[in-house]
Design a protein around this ligand. Sequence first.
Ligand SMILES: Cc1ncc(COP(=O)(O)O)c(C=O)c1O
Length: 382
Amino acid sequence: MSIYLDHNATSPMHPEVIDAMMPYLRNPVGNPSSLHSYGRMARSAVESARAEVAQLLGCESSTVIFTSGGTEANNLLLKGYIDRASKRPVISSEIEHSSILEPLQQLRAEGVQVILLNSNELGQVDLDAARSVVVDADAQLLSIIYANNETGVIQPLETLAAMVDRDSCLVHSDATQAIGKIPIDLSQLDIDAVSFSAHKMRGPQGIGALVVNRKPRHRLISGGDQENKRRGGTENVAGIVGLGKAAQVARLEMEHKKHHLSQLRDVFESRLASIPGSVVFGQQAPRLPNTVFFALPYYHGETLLMELDRAGFALSSGSACHSAVTEPSHVLRAMAVDDNLALNAIRVSFGMQNSLQDVEQLAAKLQELIDRMPAVIRQAAM
Ligand SMILES: Cc1ncc(COP(=O)(O)O)c(C=O)c1O
């Protein structure tokens, strides 16, 4: 088996999550809307999970809308909460995930004014440039990624939120990569909404949530009255139970997790530093504890990825959702990284199952691959 180092793409489920879900997969599970005992048991499981999510995030249970994941949560927020007839713009950034950028393109095609803020070279939304755009824009929505999925760079969300009129502008963050990895307390953060997915925090795939403190103008998925009329369709009970357990585990292991992951990251980066010409993107900015987005000057990212895969290491050459595309990452382009270097980019994202031994093995394999290269290629690449 390979050493799995791609936890920003998806993270294997925690054993306690599997145990919590098992009864809901193995035994008859009622429809939470049914009035009989099976239905009532399913409803109670869904509401307990909602309370766990609320406890992790410091929000009211009633603000949690279960969705099929971060993509749906982002789409619900963008398509369900904005006023398409309004002239007031929607502000986001050029370093968002495609599940924000694509719906924004659709909204733009429908006539909504969309403004994308620029990134600086550190991988953060450029605050100076943003100030001149945001303060007078009278935006109806500000949506900024909490931590970027490729670089792990944490965005200056609160500073940006303070630039809009908080009475009339909804502030949302795609926190899919951040929730469960770093503490996020919505009772202390002055924002209205966050999206996330369970499988990025050791829960199951295909379940997530939008947490938002108001009702949508339009429903994205209409049908029954589930989720307090905010998202139709019979709830994914086992998935929701798994998400609830993952939220509980994340809350209880947060400090230990931060410590373990940042230790792995720091040791790996110190090994990378001894490889001439290696670059870690966003290294000078505050980042998630588990993410290292780097490039070696000698290797095209996808070639290196395949070499490492053959050698038993599973990494990503950027965002997993874009792994079929060989264009340089839009995030690195936004950071003004040269296309040739950007094409060499490769992402390691550690998880709790990884050990220092995994880090040392990966570093040794990288060194071995480089030592095997003819010196002439090594020198030409420098
Ligand atoms: C920042 C971010 N937002 C949204 C998503 C979409 O999540 P999902 O694929 O679980 O719907 C991802 C997935 O990689 C992500 O990294």
